[in-house]
Design a protein around this ligand. Structure first.
Ligand SMILES: [Fe+2]
Ligand SMILES: [Fe+2]
Ligand SMILES: [Fe+2]
Ligand SMILES: [Fe+2]
Length: 442
């Protein structure tokens, strides 16, 4: 039997208020938490931030709504805000910014890979695959610092579920924002699945951007501070890219409905998948709360637009965030598409070889890396201690690292401190030659 969210009443708005004890709750233990419980916690925080922002934008921009309805939107915004606190406050105090950062990039990799494989629109799928390889590289860059600065092995966070190895090099993610803009879907013909998929990944990317914006300066190491700045800027491009897939002609009532539906679908998936019994109780309550919000959004849609909400969201639940290991899929995309770039025109993608010399992103990249690329320095930093970069992947993938770099690295607009394939090969050889010697304690 399928679950039709529009047929569920959910928890009424007047019963959604909770006390501080309930809002704040207890954090998980970083040593014990399942990595996909952490990714759900990180993603749902992002979903709530977006849902909260949507209510404020609604009340700022919408004149044609009566006072009672406006008050209800505002009350819902307050509840989103409290749910956001519960989700974010699950994070424990002893989880460092870098550890949490590895969690954020694991969300981006495994979520985007899931969405790409469950996306009915080919163009949107291609965009997901494109973004995927960038966040995959961010995970690798941060893993170098996590190891050098805090002695963190990447698998203590990603728990062998996600590979850590270079992707499309971060220094090449900087583009002219005009090129990042994609062709939007048509709101009248696109499936609810595509709409929910995009809103889910967009919420995650936006929160990743915000997290780096609010935490990247908290380290004293200048190279690390600059790396956060560099990757934060790429997340801004990801927000630009994913939001541009949305039809800007959607009305505010339509958007409200889609936001509530996206929350319902995400909590529904979290509830199905959760392995932590304490956290599962929150997903259950929050699904109930969101079903209540969906009822309100549906009533508003019917009242102001005189249309059936089913036209927009259908009559079935959608599964947008099934977290599980995506190593095989990611490796396939990586080997095939590491050299992909944004086409100079037409909002498509080209392979690097097809990019002309006057490509608008070259000047952006050249200016950004005028002195050096912080994301390349992370390998130079880790080399001092470990002889080579920190990589966690199967031998099969590890053996292809230099080849992948060769394929993904641009000849033009690479920073002067770039780790080129010959240098990486030398680092790997040195590491192998000195491995036994380094492992001896005395
Ligand atoms: Fe919410
Ligand atoms: Fe990222
Ligand atoms: Fe991203
Ligand atoms: Fe909501």
């Amino acid at each position: 039997m399928t679950f039709n969210p529009l047929k569920e009443k959910g928890l009424p708005l007047e019963k959604q208020q909770r006390n501080w004890h309930q809002i704040v709750g207890k954090p998980y233990k970083k040593q014990k938490v399942d990595c996909y419980t952490r990714t759900r916690q990180i993603l749902m925080n992002g979903i709530e931030v977006e849902a909260w922002g949507c209510k404020h934008q609604f009340n700022r921009f919408m004149a044609e709504i009566d006072d009672k309805d406006r008050a209800n939107i505002s009350r819902m915004g307050r509840i989103e805000n409290q749910q956001q606190m519960t989700c974010n406050w699950m994070c424990p105090e002893d989880q460092s910014v870098l550890e949490t950062t590895l969690g954020y990039e694991q969300v981006a990799v495994d979520l985007t890979a899931w969405l790409a494989q469950n996306e009915p629109d080919k163009y949107v799928k291609e965009t997901f695959d494109f973004g995927l390889l960038e966040d995959f590289d961010h995970l690798y860059r941060y893993a170098q610092y996590a190891y050098m600065r805090e002695g963190i092995e990447p698998n203590s966070i990603v728990q062998n579920q996600t590979d850590v190895i270079l992707g499309r090099p971060t220094q090449h993610h900087h583009n002219c924002n005009g090129l990042r803009l994609r062709t939007h879907y048509d709101k009248n013909t696109t499936t609810p699945q595509t709409k929910v998929n995009i809103l889910t990944v967009l919420s995650g990317e936006q929160q990743t951007h915000n997290f780096y914006a609010e935490h990247g300066f908290m380290y004293g190491d200048h190279v690390l501070r600059e790396t956060y700045a560099e990757i934060k800027d790429v997340e801004e491009e990801h927000v630009t890219m994913y939001e541009s897939l949305i039809d800007p002609a959607e009305t505010m009532f339509e958007k409200l409905l889609l936001h509530e539906f996206t929350e319902v679908c995400n909590y529904y998936t979290c509830l199905e998948d959760e392995v932590d019994d304490e956290i599962k109780k929150y997903w259950e309550l929050f699904l109930d709360i969101e079903l209540g919000h969906l009822q309100i959004a549906s009533e508003l849609f019917k009242k102001y637009e005189n249309r059936d909400p089913e036209e927009i969201i259908g009559s079935e639940i959608i599964i947008p965030c099934r977290f599980k290991s995506q190593k095989a899929y990611v490796q396939k995309v990586l080997e095939k598409e590491v050299d992909k770039r944004l086409a100079p025109e037409g909002k498509y993608y080209n392979s690097m070889k097809e990019i002309p010399n006057d490509w608008a992103s070259y000047s952006v990249q050249q200016k950004a890396a005028e002195i050096s690329a912080p994301s390349e320095n992370c390998i130079n930093v880790v080399e001092h201690y470990h002889d080579r970069d920190i990589v966690e992947a199967s031998d099969n993938l590890k053996n292809k690292e230099v080849e992948l770099l060769e394929k993904g690295l641009q000849k033009k607009a690479s920073a002067h401190n770039t780790v080129f394939p010959d240098k990486l090969q030398k680092m790997i050889d040195t590491h192998e030659a000195r491995k036994e010697e380094k492992e001896k304690i005395i």
